[in-house]
Design a protein around this ligand. Structure first.
Ligand SMILES: *Cc1c(COP(=O)(O)O)cnc(C)c1O
Length: 463
């Protein structure tokens, strides 16, 4: 039943940090959890964090900053212009990416908004291996089509493809051939926590870049988890075992024209993001919109001290000690789930564990919302919060026709440096109980569906 992927997790592994500050967590009683979930309209989105025991709803902005990051915050130079924090931040991003122009934003979607507004026109098609939900929504808001060209292997939870985030290159070729005049750029998401956090190989990135260049189309990275992706390249791709993460990251970015990033992921900060570009003229236009939406280019919607914390966090997020521990945590949690017969996306990716909810609740038809059911069962059973995210993809067939496909799963995202083995073991026990009682769940229905990003604001009721 279990598909152990590496031997690494058999070895002893220890958190590469110790606790300096603690935050108390509290498990409400079963009766309280029932009431709280009812009051939250059976949407885990509306639960107060104080009522959640273990919170695995997202790894975005939920990491624990280090003593060095907190120290950097205290050294904020809050000058409107010419702050030394900006200079440090700019230099760090330049060194990591190799892109000269660095534009801070308050988070990833602010960067997306600016990039899409400048580059995407109505009727365009934006190819990506897979779009994150806000990226998809921003492309859609420009009346363009976000197209997901990740291979079909993504849908098969147990296929052992080491780089399930890879583009299907045939699909990309079909897309570039048929729609080249409507494509403003190709985006590569490294890596997407809406697509099982599956990594993208260097060979795939290189080839995507070559094909895009041949078609005269620039390449931009959605770089939120670039360090986790580099870790998988080092672990799984031939020829990279002896290369440093810095080196792998530099090679990766060399295949693109720029990137945008939510620093709330591999930057290990609670807020922040940026755009980094080669193209001086495009960067200038970004800065004009930045002043309108975010703030002056020397802080972009953040306090200057936040830039200092990002500069430190980006380096910590790239350390091998951090990455190896983080991915072992994810592996450990996935193994606990598989041990009790819950099917997860394998091999594990970064950031979290992705559970096949249809396999967990085979008796529930899609209209009974198995993903929502799992999230409710988890909370009722043990105060654990996970995410239910339908992935509405636009895919392309061999003839180049665009159709839609929905991919359903539940996501157990692991915040960076927050939980230890005891917490993960507890989540494993809760999932075991959920699995044992799964056949008794009757499912949920949507009682309110908003237009934009429906999974955030929908309300539910039990059948
Ligand atoms: C989080 C994320 C974004 C959006 O960033 P925010 O900081 O949440 O606005 C975009 N793309 C990917 C892949 C992400 O993970």
């Amino acid at each position: 039943m279990t598909t152990k992927q590496t031997v690494e997790h058999e070895e002893e592994w220890v958190e590469p940090y110790r606790t300096k500050v603690v935050e108390r967590i509290h498990l409400p009683s079963r009766a309280e959890r029932e009431r709280l979930l009812r009051e939250a309209n059976y949407s885990i989105v509306f639960l107060n964090s104080a009522d959640v025991y273990i919170d695995l709803v997202t790894d975005s902005g939920t990491g624990a900053m280090s003593d060095k990051q907190w120290a950097a915050l205290m050294q904020g130079d809050e000058a409107y212009m010419g702050s030394r924090n900006f200079a440090d931040f700019e230099k760090t991003v330049q060194e990591i990416t190799g892109y000269d122009r660095v534009i801070p934003t308050h988070q990833g979607r602010a960067a997306e908004r600016i990039m899409m507004e400048l580059l995407v026109s109505p009727g365009d098609i934006v190819p990506n291996n897979s779009h994150f939900d806000t990226t998809r929504a921003h492309v859609g808001k420009r009346e363009a089509v976000p197209l997901d060209l990740v291979g079909d292997w993504l849908w098969e939870f147990h296929s052992d493809h080491p780089f399930k985030g890879n583009f299907d290159l045939d699909k990309l070729k079909t897309c570039l051939d048929r729609y080249s005049d409507r494509i403003p750029f190709v985006a590569i998401t490294v890596l997407n926590n809406m697509a099982c956090s599956s990594p993208v190989s260097m060979a795939n990135i290189r080839e995507v870049s070559r094909l895009a260049k041949a078609a005269g189309v620039p390449v931009y990275f959605d770089a939120c988890r670039f360090a986790e992706n580099a870790w998988f390249i080092k672990q799984r791709e031939e020829g990279y075992a002896d290369r440093s993460i810095d080196d792998i990251v530099r090679e990766m970015f060399s295949y693109g024209d720029g990137c945008w990033m939510s620093a709330k992921k591999d930057g290990i900060v609670n807020i922040g993001g940026f755009i980094a570009l080669r193209d001086e003229a495009l960067a200038g236009r970004c800065c004009e919109l930045l002043v309108l939406y975010e703030g002056f280019p020397s802080y972009g919607g953040l306090a200057r001290r936040d830039l200092a914390a990002i500069a430190v966090g980006l380096r910590e997020g790239m350390s091998e000690e951090h990455l190896s521990h983080r991915i072992r945590q994810v592996q450990y949690l996935a193994d606990l789930f598989e041990d009790c017969g819950v099917r997860t996306s394998r091999p594990v990716g970064g950031s979290g564990v992705f559970v096949d909810t249809e396999a967990l609740y085979p008796h529930l038809t899609p209209d009974r919302l198995p993903t929502v059911t799992l999230c409710c069962d988890l909370y009722l059973e043990g105060g654990v919060r996970a995410g239910a995210i339908p992935m509405d993809m636009n895919v392309i067939d061999e003839a180049g026709e665009i159709t839609t496909r929905v991919f359903q799963f539940a996501r157990f995202a692991v915040p960076r440096r927050v939980y230890g083995k005891g917490h993960l073991d507890y989540v494993g026990r809760v999932v075991r109980r959920v699995k044992e009682n799964a056949a008794r769940s009757k499912g949920y229905q949507m009682v309110y569906v908003p237009d934009i990003l429906p999974h955030f604001f929908a309300r539910f009721a039990p059948f």
